[in-house]
Design a protein around this ligand. Structure first.
Ligand code: FMN
Length: 359
């Protein structure tokens, strides 16, 4: 009988490959600390897996979550006799097992390229692994992507279980073509990572990117039958503009700290964005530094509806393909359920800021 792979096996395999390729050590805590192997772009190191410049934005994501504590509540005063909290979530009409999805990571050349995993294998691993765990994979966009070679959309079409396609803030006509192809591929939603507007890699590879106006966002919303998501929101003004322009969801994100040095952590700005959007009927997603279900619970308690996982999904895909991604997602679901149980939250709707402290 062959031994089943564990998440630890997956991470050990990922460490072997990513360390050899000089990108990531797969530390126990992926905290973006200043002395970590991946950091140091301001001293001339490639961005790779790290954060831009000093890496402060990447590290701030982690710090913002770490300073929050969870309130243990175990006396069942409501007599609910809960044994397994309900983590199911509805994402644009699709029932999924948890409010946790893979982030729209792309560009395997930024973590070793074909020696580690090919773009096509990576996209398949993410989409299929998420599907097998009952959730949804998001796919990104980079300069190696075109309408012909749109690896993420191919994987979504093959996986037959939905997915989200996030397109870089390219020329309007190009984005619309990607959105059309996403409709044909069976995607659940589409979007633009507006924080990709500064991408040097896109520009230098003749794929220009732009800051988008509210009118341009509305134009994109009107071009597709799918819900449109704006990813890369770090302030109340952008959140309100995106929703007024017709976005159905926003992602509070600093792109894993990879686009602007010295931003706050996403958990630091999330509460004011949640408060500003109250009653507007928009889905609020967040990412950045989320490594366990305990972190997920903190984000949900701050008011997010759902959470995305970036670097840990890359490590899972590199170390174990779709099975690795399945194991990573399963771990997140189980730790979220455990965290909900121990804080007395029977369902997602029962999660509130009351379970948080600052320590
Ligand atoms: C190597 C790498 C490539 C990424 N590529 C994209 C991309 O193509 N599109 C996108 O929207 N975000 C991209 N991101 C950002 C992620 O979607 C996500 O916002 C971020 O990784 C979340 O932070 P975490 O890695 O700490 O979980 C990328 C992140 C990494 C680490």
């Amino acid at each position: 009988m062959t031994k089943q792979m564990t998440l630890e096996d997956v991470r050990n395999k990922a460490r072997e490959k990513l360390k050899a390729a000089q990108f990531c050590m797969v530390y126990k805590d992926c905290d973006g600390g200043p002395t970590r192997f991946c950091q140091g772009q301001h001293y001339g190191r490639r961005l790779g897996f790290g954060g831009i410049g000093s890496g402060a934005s990447f590290h701030n994501n982690w710090l913002a979550l770490r300073k929050l504590t969870l309130k243990m509540k175990l006396i069942d005063s409501d007599h609910i006799a809960l044994s397994e909290p309900d983590t199911r979530f509805n994402f644009f009409g699709k029932d999924i097992s948890m409010p946790i999805m893979s982030a729209s990571v792309s560009g395997v050349n930024s973590f070793g390229g074909d020696s580690v995993i090919t773009e096509r294998e990576f996209c398949r691993a993410v989409i299929n692994g998420c599907r097998d765990a009952g959730t949804i994979g998001w796919r990104g966009d980079t300069y190696t992507y075109s309408l012909q070679d749109s690896y993420g959309l191919d994987a979504i079409a093959e996986g037959k279980a939905g997915g989200v396609k996030i397109v870089k803030p390219r020329d309007q006509a190009v984005i619309k073509k990607f959105f059309k192809k996403a409709e044909q591929s069976g995607a659940t939603a589409v979007g633009v990572d507006t924080d990709g507007a500064g991408s040097y890699a896109m520009r230098t590879n003749n794929k220009p990117v732009f800051r988008k106006t509210p009118d341009e966002i509305t134009d994109l919303v009107n071009s597709t039958s799918l819900p449109v998501i704006i990813k890369g929101v770090m302030c109340v003004e952008d959140a309100v503009d995106a929703v007024d322009a017709g976005a159905k969801a926003i992602v509070v994100s600093n792109h894993g700290g990879r686009v602007l040095d010295h931003t706050p952590g996403t958990a630091d700005v999330l509460p004011e964005i949640v408060d500003a959007l109250e009653g507007m009927g928009v889905m609020i997603v967040v990412d950045g530094g989320v490594r366990t279900g305990y972190d997920v619970l903190k984000m949900l308690a701050l008011g997010a509806d759902a959470v995305l996982i970036g670097r840990d999904i890359v490590r899972a895909a590199v170390g174990g393909g779709s099975e690795g991604v399945f194991l990573q997602m399963d771990f997140l679901q189980k730790t979220l359920a455990k965290a909900m149980l121990m804080t007395g939250c029977v369902s997602l709707t029962k999660i509130s800021r009351d379970i948080l402290g600052e320590g």
